[in-house]
Design a protein around this ligand. Sequence first.
Ligand SMILES: C[S@@+](CC[C@H](N)C(=O)[O-])C[C@H]1O[C@@H](n2cnc3c(N)ncnc32)[C@H](O)[C@@H]1O
Length: 365
Amino acid sequence: MPRLPPALLRQAHSISPQLHALLPACRDLQSARSELRWIREHALSSSSGAGQPSNRHGNAAVARLVARRARGEPLQYVLGSQPFGALDLRCRPGVLIPRPETEAYVVHLASLLLRARKALGAAAADGRPLRVVDVCTGSGCIALLLYQLLHRGFPGAGSLRVLGLDVAPEAVALARENLERNVRRGALPATALEGGDVRFAQADLFSDGEWNSAVGQRGGEIAGVDVLVSNPPYISTQGFDRDTGRSVRNFEPRLALVPGAGLSQGTACAPEDVFYARLLKVSRVLRPRVMLFEVGDMEQARRVAQMATGLEQSEQWHVEIWRDDPDLDGNDGLREEVLNGRRIPVRGSGHGRSVFVHRVPELVT
Ligand SMILES: C[S@@+](CC[C@H](N)C(=O)[O-])C[C@H]1O[C@@H](n2cnc3c(N)ncnc32)[C@H](O)[C@@H]1O
């Protein structure tokens, strides 16, 4: 990381010592100014909410928050929240911060599902709901945004059921808090909570027992699945040490980013791909019609797409790679990959971000 010019540091100090303190974490004056403004607004709203709007309390709170941010703690943990689509999500150390790239492909997935809603059973005479499972749910961002974007297309309590699963109890607790918070704010309809349309549960994807009791056929919350989504841990140990920023390494949970040691033992895949192998394995039992998995880059996207071409009855499955912003046609690089003799469309522009697998003809664009 390049050093900051002393003249810039002096300029920041002459405006405010707090701006100077924020500059190394923010890297430029414009960002430091914006962050200081958000920190002040946050401190003001928190202290007035607590009924103690005195200047002294407000200033002490700003100083504490600035000091945390200056140590490199992500702004979302310092402020305690992050917008995600129309939602406002609580963020806490111990649970991954939702990323804008994730929001972009979730919005695109929802628009495709809405376009194919008839084929997906929105008007099904048997009243069967569309069942969505989000594995590795973290803050609940994917599960909650999908419900928010889809519920009008699948109207009525019980027509859309979303289940978010995570091995970490702190993630499940935060996801539930985010559900309640967004229903309270009016960003999600009451059916999400009272009707039990959105639920979160603790389950380890690699434990057959926990997995079956969460989503299994016998007494589980969702018997079978239509849409299986996941943003799993997908970074290798070396990638974590070499490529992630200091603030990610020091403050975000490693469990959310790097697959646990030993999970890939006895499998043919790279350690960082082990969650995809497991997700595709459980898909044989759950029989989803649509799957979407976030990946780290184009190389991993190719490996995961290749795994998906090996699914049973592979001719029924349509596989695509999505770069960032899959709804925008970019002109960087190939528009198609050939893997296992199959032509795999590549959509969007920028980094390889997700792999989309489905067997719904109406979803082919
Ligand atoms: C990359 S984060 C994704 C969080 C959230 N879905 C998002 O997009 O921000 C991965 C999540 O997987 C969870 N996780 C790790 N190992 C798991 C396992 N064996 N079974 C289920 N969840 C797991 C972590 O606790 C973490 O919340």
